[in-house]
Ligand binder design. Structure first.
Ligand SMILES: [Zn+2]
Length: 155
């Protein structure tokens, strides 16, 4: 599969495709994209990174942080939203396998970007109680990222 360049990505964010999809991008693209809106995002703490590592059956040191996630708490069970909610939702919906997502978050040689399409993006469910979180996660619109790491972002 062809990797998207920075210019390809900028073009795609300007004219969003119909469907939300994940693409492999050229090295350095994730760092260059001005995705993060600091007021919306917080850093995941060590326990949260460990929880994600356990779920992906890897070690926390293998994961390529720092992990940023939208600052949000589940309205039903009060769980703070983390990467795990997004990862578990995708695996439960069989959009990706656990092996694929482990590679995305541990592979030092590849970078990935999910571009939200005009379909409005993917729903995300609370990892603890399955409460849908998507609507509540939108904080201000624009090209912000709901979650990102060194090798992955959602735009
Ligand atoms: Zn919940």
């Amino acid at each position: 599969m062809v990797k998207l360049s920075y210019d390809d990505v900028v073009q795609m964010l300007r004219e969003r495709p119909e469907q939300t999809r994940t693409y492999e991008v050229e090295s350095g693209v994730i760092q260059r994209l001005p995705l993060d809106t600091p007021e919306c995002l917080r850093s995941m703490n060590e326990d949260e990174v460990q929880e994600l590592a356990d779920y992906l059956q890897t070690s926390s040191s293998a994961l390529r942080g720092p992990f940023q996630v939208v600052d949000h708490t589940c309205s039903r069970c009060a769980r703070p939203t983390t990467f795990l909610d997004f990862v578990k939702t995708a695996i439960d919906a069989q959009q990706h396998s656990r092996d694929e997502l482990r590679s995305v978050l541990t592979d030092a040689k590849a970078e990935w970007l999910t571009v939200r399409g005009r379909d409005g993006g993917r729903p995300v469910l609370c990892a603890n109680c399955d409460n849908p979180l998507l609507g509540a996660l939108r904080c201000g619109g624009g090209e912000y990222s709901e979650y990102s790491s060194a090798s992955y972002a959602y735009a």
